[in-house]
Design a protein around this ligand. Sequence first.
Ligand code: FES
Ligand SMILES: [Fe+2]
Length: 345
Amino acid sequence: MTSSPEAVGDLQALRSCWHAVAFADAVSDQPQRAVLLGQALVLWRDSAGQPHALNDVCIHRGTALSLGRVIGDELMCPYHGWRYGPDGRCVAIPQLADPTQVPGKARVATYRCMTRYGLVWVALEEPRWPVPDVPELETASGWQHVPCGPYRWRCDASRQIENFTDFGHFPWVHPGLLGDPGRPVVPKHTVQVDGHVLGYEIVRPEAPNSEEFPVFANEQTTAPERHNRYQLHLPYTIVLRIGWGGKRGMVYFFASQPIDDEDCAGYLVIARNYDHEQPISVLQDFENTIFEQDRRMVESQRPEKVPFDLADEMHMKFDAVAVAYRRAMRQQGLGGLAATREPAV
Ligand code: FES
Ligand SMILES: [Fe+2]
C-alpha cells in the first residue's frame, strides 16, 4: 500500500463514502472477513437478519473475530470466548467469576452497515452521499435481477471503474461480444457534472448478439447500435441504462470495493425487463467472459491506481469520461492533491 501524504488524504475522504463489501446472500450468521480501504472487517448477521460490520480484531489478544461464531445477537471470539454485541461492546468475559463484569474499555470499533440492491454496504465514517436510487433494482420493480461477480482484480478500484466506462476498448477487448472491430470510432458524447455525479449518454456501435450469449434485446443484424445512459456516482458506483429503441431495457449497476490501493472487487447487478425465462446463468457466463477479458488489460496497467493528475497519461477527446472522472475525483478530495497543470482536451 502507498503511504504518501497524498494517499492518506484520499483515504480519509474515501472512508466517508458507502462502499459495497459483499453480496447480501454471502453474509450470514457465519462471520465473514472483508477488507475495506485496508481496514479488516468482520461481517455478520444478528438473529433479526440485520448485517453488522465490526473491526475484525478482538480487543483481548487481537484474534480475528471472523474466525468466531454468532450466538443469537452476539459475536463470539474463537480464542477465549469473549462476546460482543452489534454495538461493539464486549458483553461477556467467560474467564471472570461474573462474566458480565466487563471493563468499559472492552469494545471493538463498529461501522455503518446496511443492505441495498442485494449488496452489503459499509461506510467507515459518516457518508457524504447516499447510495444512488435505482427504482429498477427494488424488489417489487418487476425487473429481474441478475448478480454477477464479485470480480476481484489486482488493481485499484479507480482502474476497474474507468474500465467499466471506457468506450474505446470494446472492439479490441470484446470483439463480437460488445464491440465491432469494423466500427472502432467512438461517437461524440459530453459529460455533465453535477456535484459527485457524472452523467453522459452515448449511442454506440455494438456487435450483434452472439449465438453463445443471446442476452441483448437487439434485433438488428447489420450495424447494430445500443443506447446507453450513464450515471457515475463518485467514487466507485455506476448506473448504466441500456436500450435499443424499444421497450426492452437493462440496467447495469456496478460498484467496486476498494480493498486497498492494489486490490478491488467489482459487484455487478443487472436488471432486465425481458427474457425472464432465460436461465440467469447465460447472462452471468457472458459477464464472466467479458470481465475476464478486461481483467487482463487492467491488471497490467501502471500505475495500479488511476493517476488523477491530468498531466499524466494521454487523453483524447473520446476519453472525455475518464478526464471528467479524474477531475471530479480530485475536486471532491477523492483523487489526490489538486493538480497545477491541466492539458487542453
Ligand atoms: S483473543 Fe479474543 S477472547 Fe481472547
Ligand atoms: Fe470491457
